[in-house]
Design a protein around this ligand. Structure first.
Ligand SMILES: [Zn+2]
Length: 388
């Protein structure tokens, strides 16, 4: 195999380089190029090169109605998920429980192209739509659950407000509670921001009332939202059902807030989150997912002291034995990701593209520093910071 890699390596690097330039290319052209790369055998080669990398896929919720038309990454369709799992099985990607995969990664005995499936937030559709599929296909899944709305049952405020504005048809709206009058033709973003800010300061009960008033103002039936249970998270019983079915429930903060430098608040987010989830599960809660993917590497020490053993991000990429357990990378999948793009991620082809992109960026930085040195006759005093 080494000989094969030596022969094919340079052309592969050239082809990947086309993707890695970072030049704006339309998505349809990228997809055609990916089909070409696959046809030429580069996906198979990339899979071989990156076989030691752990693939962690990130999903969010399942659509219980037509929310996938609104946010197709946040709410996937059941047939979409089924198709993905069937692809993983057909292409022989071993799907492991998160805990087992991390242990195997640390011990250096991870099976080639091992894959973990995770889902963020704990949306209700994971129970009503996802669980029957998970059971039927017998796959291990980790669900990271945020618990504020388990404690305060109502549609998740920020997502629902956004949905209401997405669906709004009137042009001129008078937002409730004297927030103001807005022309949605040109001030939709400003109006939504005002509504989001106003509601964020309200206590949970009043926040629900405000949502209803907002729906009236935007001429949308809130009854439909409530009767279909749109944008709700699982309740305690549903979490118990998931745990009883063998789904791994883990931490995602209580309020879906994650300050970078406020250690006290970080500790309270984990403690409250854990306290609620511990009612539904009997095993230790020691794996975490950063809300919205916001994190700092300095937080690894804080998390370790809180008994957390791993933390996932939404930084794209694969995970190796040297990857920090508190900055695990994931492949975010959902409606906008086509089959060929998903295959490009799973085979590791896009991982090689990203690697080359980083190398090119480093080479460009080096050249820029050399030019400063040449022009000024001294080295640059501000070293370029590399992204972790
Ligand atoms: Zn989340």
């Amino acid at each position: 195999m080494k000989h094969g890699v030596a022969l094919v390596g340079p052309p592969l690097a050239i082809c990947i380089g086309l993707f890695a330039t970072g030049a704006p290319i339309s998505r349809s052209i990228i997809r055609i190029a990916l089909y070409l790369m696959k046809f030429l055998g580069f996906f198979r080669l990339a899979r071989q090169i990156t076989r030691h990398g752990l693939r962690i896929i990130c999903y969010h919720g399942f659509a219980v109605a037509e929310e996938y038309k609104y946010r197709s990454t946040l709410f996937i369709r059941d047939d979409f998920f089924r198709k993905r799992v069937e692809y993983l099985k057909r292409e022989r990607y071993p799907i492991l429980p998160l805990r087992d995969a991390l242990d195997a990664l640390a011990a250096g005995r991870l099976p080639p192209c091992a894959t973990v499936i995770t889902m963020d937030d704990g949306w209700r559709g994971v129970h009503t739509v996802g669980l029957p599929i998970i059971r039927e296909l017998e796959i291990p899944v980790t669900v990271y659950v945020t618990t504020y709305y388990v404690e305060n049952p109502m549609p998740v405020f920020t997502v629902t407000v956004s949905y209401l504005f997405w669906r709004a048809t009137p042009q001129l709206v008078h937002l409730p509670r004297g927030i103001g009058t807005f022309d949605l033709e040109c001030e939709a973003a400003k109006a939504e921001e005002a509504a989001q800010n106003f509601g964020a300061a309200l206590p949970p009960g009043d926040r629900l009332e405000f949502l209803k008033e907002l729906a009236v103002a935007l001429d949308i039936s809130f009854y439909d939202i409530e009767s279909q249970h749109l944008f709700e998270v699982m309740d305690e019983q549903q979490l118990r059902d998931l745990a009883a079915a063998g789904v791994d429930i883990q931490l995602h903060s209580h309020r879906h807030q994650w300050p970078l430098y406020d250690r006290e608040m970080v500790e309270s987010e984990i403690a409250e989150n854990r306290r609620f989830l511990q009612r539904a599960v009997s095993y230790p809660l020691e794996h975490f997912c950063y809300p919205s993917g916001v994190y700092g590497l300095h937080q690894a020490e804080w998390l370790a002291e809180l008994g957390v053993k791993s933390a996932t991000t939404i930084d794209p990429g694969l995970n190796y034995s040297h990857t920090s357990r508190f900055a695990l990378r994931r492949l975010v999948d959902g409606g906008p990701v086509s089959d060929i793009e998903f295959a490009a991620e799973m085979t590791g082809f896009m991982e090689l593209v990203r690697l080359l992109r980083r190398r090119l960026r480093a080479a460009r930085d080096m050249t820029a520093r050399w030019r400063v040195y040449r022009d000024k006759g001294r080295p640059s005093s501000t070293p370029t910071e590399s992204r972790p």
